[in-house]
Design a binder for this molecule. Structure first.
Ligand SMILES: Nc1nc2c(ncn2[C@@H]2O[C@H](COP(=O)(O)OP(=O)(O)OP(=O)(O)O)[C@@H](O)[C@H]2O)c(=O)[nH]1
Ligand SMILES: [Mg+2]
Ligand SMILES: [Zn+2]
Length: 324
């Protein structure tokens, strides 16, 4: 009979510390972080059962979607003892600009926004563009979700459609949804199935409502109807992972007021605009940032209408905000 070697973390502990409690030598189990609040984690084991755990001090920045190794101590407490390598990590800047990890091992970012029927622009494309850069820099496929389309009349819907056609042309799928009326939910389920997706977007746009529309049997907190403006109040305070019925999972996270990109490097920002990449190699300077440099192929493409001027404008404005 083949003897199983002790798990990696158990070996490490044995050699690194003679003072560890005897319970620490119990075999570790695989787990997936489903949600995370303060020092407490909900871990799902391989059989799909949930366990409340805490984490070892040295494991400080565990996030939803992380794969871990955990143990049960003699007192019956679950303790996470090791973090497994991450495939991807989505980060976002906190209010002071420091980067905070949000979710691990996701492959798809759903950028959820809602139209503002009273504003001239209807859709805040500058905000969408910032999220798209974040997705590119985290190497995630981005999908644009315009929720609450029930708020738009027919004429307004006709005005936003071409705007979003532009995104479709540069490789971003666009979904129109109404969590309230159940519109577009089936298409959304198709987009989600088989992927590990994270919902991101401002507070109040209906991220949790969309999760609820996809998983009607789940208990999910949704914002009060009175918070019409959506600003200032955060209904979702916990980032939580939900499994989908046909495979894949979905992470709902609290909304962000603004998705700043202060942490981005100017060259990274330029790489965050996918449609620039085809032209950038033809710029005179290899490190061209497509701003004031001569012989810039990206700006030429904007001038001839090949690159959408509004997207370039977004780029320029974000680039300027980085310099401040
Ligand atoms: N008219 C309309 N209202 C919606 C729709 N989806 C959500 N809402 C409403 O929008 C408000 C906010 O919904 P939530 O799902 O809590 O929004 P959220 O994006 O999860 O917000 P945070 O958790 O704070 O980030 C609630 O009052 C919802 O009922 C929709 O498709 N149409
Ligand atoms: Mg929410
Ligand atoms: Zn250039």
């Amino acid at each position: 009979m083949a003897k199983r070697p002790p798990p990696q973390h158990a070996r490490n502990q044995r050699s690194s510390s003679a003072k560890t409690a005897p319970t620490d030598s119990l075999p570790g189990r695989n787990g997936l972080i489903i949600s995370h609040y303060g020092q407490t984690l909900d871990i799902e084991d391989d059989a799909g059962e949930l366990h409340r755990c805490t984490a070892r001090k040295k494991l400080d920045s565990l996030v939803c979607g992380d794969k871990v190794v955990w143990q049960t101590t003699a007192t019956g407490e679950g303790v996470v003892v090791a973090l497994q390598a991450r495939q991807t990590l989505l980060v976002r800047p906190d209010s002071r600009g420091a980067l905070k990890p949000i979710a691990a091992n996701v492959d798809q970012l759903l950028v959820v926004t809602a139209p503002q029927p009273d504003s001239q622009a209807l859709i805040d494309t500058a905000l969408i563009d910032r999220y798209l850069v974040a997705a590119e820099l985290s190497r995630l496929q981005a999908v644009i979700v315009i929720n609450k389309i029930d708020l738009l009349d027919k004429a307004q819907l006709e005005r936003v459609t071409p705007l979003l056609e532009g995104y479709r042309r540069i490789a971003y799928p666009v979904l129109f949804t109404s969590a309230k009326q159940g519109h577009g939910i089936e298409a959304m389920m198709t987009t989600l199935t088989g992927h590990i997706s994270v919902f991101s977007g401002p507070s109040g746009v209906g991220k949790s409502s969309l999760v609820k529309a996809v998983l009607p049997e789940r208990e999910i907190r949704i914002g009060a109807v009175s918070s019409a403006s959506g600003a200032g109040r955060h209904t979702t305070t916990l980032t939580t992972l939900y499994h989908l019925p046909h495979g894949g999972s979905l992470i709902d996270s609290p909304g962000v007021r603004d998705f700043g990109l202060w942490h981005a490097d100017p060259a990274d920002l330029a790489r965050g605009f996918v449609e620039f990449q085809r032209f950038a190699p033809s710029c005179r300077f290899a490190d061209c940032l497509h701003l004031a440099e001569p012989d810039c192929a990206v700006r030429e493409a904007v001038a001839t209408g090949v690159i959408d001027a509004a997207r370039y404008d977004s780029y320029r404005r974000i680039a300027e905000s980085l310099q401040d």
